[in-house]
Design a protein around this ligand. Sequence first.
Ligand code: SF4
Length: 273
Amino acid sequence: MNESVTKEQPIATEVPALESGPVVTPQKRIFIGLLGVTCLVLTCLAFVLWWIPFVGLSTIHPYLPAILAGTLGLIVLVVLTGSLLLTLTILTGRDFLSKKLRGVVIKVLFPLLIIVGKLFGISRERISQSFVAINNQLVLAETRKLAPSCLLLLMPHCLQNHDCTVKITGNVENCKGCGKCPIKDLRELAHSFKVDLAVATGGTIARRIVVQKRPQLIIAVACERDLTSGIQDTYPLPVYGILNRRPFGPCFNTEVPLGEVEEIIRRFVGKHE
Ligand code: SF4
């Protein structure tokens, strides 16, 4: 195991640089920026929705414009308050209704911001990376220390060396520990922290593993697409996502930032012997 990461270290608020090759730096400001633009558009829309009928509504009943203004104002207030709480949680790392906010981010904001991002020419991949970083921040804010048995390390099958003939999907312990791929180190890491480690070949197997093991928290390594769909599928179960590295292209001999995995396990389960 990497000695340099066995000390207590602060948890990175951005997904840190990977250990080699091109660095992926998810930017939370993309998500926050798009959120601000969406709030502005919704506020303008609410004003227009109020103003247009205002001209005619007052002729129906003198109170109708005020009632409509109050209703739309309330909606704007809820959206702005939610956005403010979300931004505060992201910036301070403190728990401001993080679990509920995570649900709103996963179910409402992420699909909405993908559409808004498209209008601004921001790729789905970059927004997904930003979404994973925001989700991680909310998971960190809402999750306290856990027993090691409550944590599951979920890895993609593409980490396994392509030429390896050992079947590790059913049982990672079948790995012979030759060191040609990160599975050896991940297995040692899982043993040292006494946490579960599983390898999934796809979303269906991953869901089955989660149902069988019933963890309280998942640390998942995958590409942006699989991480975002996994985070959405398993909600309300918290998933801390770590982007894999694809030096040979997608889904082939991928790599994992082991230091980051160890750091985040330590954050959730504390020290180990
Ligand atoms: S470390 Fe394990 S899984 Fe990876 S190539 Fe060697 S035997 Fe296969």
